[in-house]
Design a protein around this ligand. Sequence first.
Ligand SMILES: Cc1cc2nc3c(=O)[nH]c(=O)nc-3n(C[C@H](O)[C@H](O)[C@H](O)COP(=O)(O)OP(=O)(O)OC[C@H]3O[C@@H](n4cnc5c(N)ncnc54)[C@H](O)[C@@H]3O)c2cc1C
Length: 378
Amino acid sequence: MPNDPETVDQIVIGGGIAGASVAAELARTGTVVLLEAETQAGYHTTGRSAAQFTKAYGPPVIRGLTRASERFFRATDGTEAPEGLLRPRGVLFVARSDQHAALQKLSDLLGDSVVPTTAQEACHMSPLLRSDYVSRAVFDKEAADIDVDALHQHYLKTIRALGSDIRLKSPVASLQYSDGLWRADTPTGPVQAPVVVNAAGAWADDVAEMAGVAPVGLMPKRRTAILVEAPETAHIDDWPMVVDVDEEFYLKPDAGLLLISPADATQSPPCDVQPDEMDVAICVDRIETAFDLSIRRISHKWAGLRSFVPGGAPYACFDPDARGFFWLVGQGGYGIQSAPALARFAAALITETPIPSDILNEGVTAADLMLRRNEVAA
Ligand SMILES: Cc1cc2nc3c(=O)[nH]c(=O)nc-3n(C[C@H](O)[C@H](O)[C@H](O)COP(=O)(O)OP(=O)(O)OC[C@H]3O[C@@H](n4cnc5c(N)ncnc54)[C@H](O)[C@@H]3O)c2cc1C
């Protein structure tokens, strides 16, 4: 094993969508080494998502980043983005009669991007919805399924094509700063760079602690997803995703099956998280209450960690107290749909180049994605 560290412009820790996308952007102007602990770059949260693109979903900063990502997703931004990353799938946000206030709030927030929809229309669009359950809905017709694997692979291929390096099976075991360089030690050898990007998902605070940097209070939260069969006679492919307005459940067609979730958010330590049987039971109960569906068999189930930071918006910024240490964390349940713009944004800050104007035009500024230690402590 070589002991002399390889020297590059940036080290990126974490090969999920956050690390892969920012490394691809950085590789355009410098040399990058992407370090991933697992044998597959998408093994953790990135490979476990519901793969939905919804401009109406998430806090304002996420919605801005998602709007700024849309041209890339639709391959209309003039870059080499692959075609077919999005496939239309509208989202119906549904409300019971006791949830009208929540639906009104969502409707006021989203304005013209959603269309008021009657219970009858909602049941027509999603035929298993119980007409005595749903009372009102709003429809986001511009939402879509994301081909997450194609997106992730695009970034990984770009990194290699630009001459930078991806090292799998390379958990960073120590991270130290000296003489203006961060040195990362891994089983595949040491590497050093003036900048290290912490894109380690649920492990980001562990990585910080290893580096002697104060953690940001990251909160990984478990979310469960289950695949079940649809009734044989149902033609589910073109059905919308249905999301409870208070996010108590969702259901969407997924490759001939129905993906359902209780939309759980249980705090968890960083780990290879697995579904909890209680969450599975809650999911089945909520779905059977809202839909005319009797769930007898579960085809597949999994869980993933959605990681949040105080304030709710991600951090994409240099640590104010640790030179060259860049945070790219806290993407919550929206890290795929916002990744293209967030990666360009982060790369601009890291390379000290202007933030792309199309992202600024969506109302996203560096201040929105900045870590403020006083907020973390509060
Ligand atoms: C059930 C579910 C549904 C979701 N649905 C959606 C959706 O519809 N739309 C959407 O946009 N988002 C969705 N999300 C959220 C989205 O999946 C995440 O925001 C995104 O995948 C986070 O990516 P990441 O790269 O930060 O994390 P990860 O994919 O977890 O990547 C972090 C990587 O860092 C590596 N790592 C950690 N420590 C080290 C170390 N010391 N050395 C080297 N490597 C290390 C890990 O092995 C891991 O591969 C969903 C999430 C879940 C769980």
